[in-house]
Design a protein around this ligand. Structure first.
Ligand SMILES: Nc1ncnc2c1ncn2[C@@H]1O[C@H](COP(=O)(O)OP(=O)(O)O)[C@@H](O)[C@H]1O
Ligand SMILES: CC(C)(COP(=O)(O)O)[C@@H](O)C(=O)NCCC(=O)O
Ligand SMILES: [K+]
Length: 249
């Protein structure tokens, strides 16, 4: 069995692939190393042979997680590392090692699935957009705050914006102008995200006409999917790229 991990700034996404090619035998989203270990220990018949991991956390945090996994399951862990070029995609950053590895893997996955030009949008703690041309050249991208950061900035830096998670969820049942604080903030932030997406689509069309694929991934992808009808929502896009960057013999 193979354990795959995507360690973002807020959550660790994990899944276990069975011995027969690619079948997912367990998966989850957790907010701590401890919760990950608990989740894995709860799987019946777990027999990990390999583990591959991508992390945008500090080397210390990632190292601690790797030690815990090795100790708990006796598995060796392979980490995705930065590359200038891989699977036909050329990293467009001036310093390729500074590009977020989750972005890099999502691009590898997207370019592989599209076999052509693609726009990759990831809606996590931060929101990222990356442009990959038909020849595999990464043209660069954009980073802006995601939903969790936008709402928390408003909560932290104003005196009168306070509300709970349940109210936040309910507020998004519609996007008409809000009549309560929670509606006004949650809907306002979603419209910011959608505006960002529109700007990326406009730019992609200016480069490639209609000849490109759009991939949406990350925990908040559903908040924007309806405004990009042709987009492919691929929650495991980072894992697609992770398998390409860390093949296991
Ligand atoms: N099943 C889920 N578990 C956790 N977060 C989720 C889930 N579905 C949607 N979300 C939302 O996704 C966002 C986090 O996205 P994610 O891609 O996990 O971020 P990161 O990679 O930065 O940790 C949060 O705003 C969270 O509310
Ligand atoms: C942009 C990110 C913060 C996104 O992280 P996430 O929201 O997925 O947790 C991450 O890819 C990162 O730390 N990148 C390094 C900076 C860069 O890509 O330029
Ligand atoms: K991510």
């Amino acid at each position: 069995m193979i354990l795959e991990l995507d360690c973002g700034n807020s959550f660790i996404k994990w899944r276990v692939l069975g011995a027969d090619v690619g079948r997912v035998v367990g998966e989850g989203v957790v907010d701590s190393d401890l919760a990950l270990l608990e989740g894995l220990k709860g799987l019946k018949g777990l027999a990990l042979k390999h583990c591959r991991l991508v992390s945008v956390r500090t080397a210390e945090e990632t190292g601690a997680l790797i030690s815990s996994l090795t100790e708990a399951f006796g598995v060796s862990v392979v980490c995705a590392t930065p590359a200038r070029e891989m699977s036909g995609v050329r990293n467009g950053y001036e310093e390729f090692e500074r590009l977020g590895l989750d972005r890099w893997l999502a691009m590898l996955g997207g370019f592989h699935l599209a076999s052509g030009a693609c726009l990759v949008l990831d809606f996590g703690t931060a929101v990222t957009a990356d442009f990959v041309a038909r020849d595999g050249e990464h043209l660069g991208g954009f980073i802006c705050p995601g939903m969790p950061l936008m709402r928390n900035q408003l909560r932290t830096h104003t005196r009168r914006i306070r509300y709970g998670d349940l109210a936040a969820e309910r507020a998004l049942e519609s996007l008409v102008p809000g009549r309560t604080t929670v509606e006004a903030v949650e809907r306002g932030c979603v419209l910011m995200l959608r505006g960002f997406v529109q700007a990326q689509l406009d730019l992609a069309r200016s480069y490639w006409g209609e000849d490109f694929a759009v991939f949406l991934t990350g925990g908040d992808a559903d908040l924007v999917s309806e405004i990009v009808p042709g987009a492919r929502v691929v929650p495991d896009l980072v894992f697609v790229g992770l398998a390409m960057a860390c093949p296991l013999s």
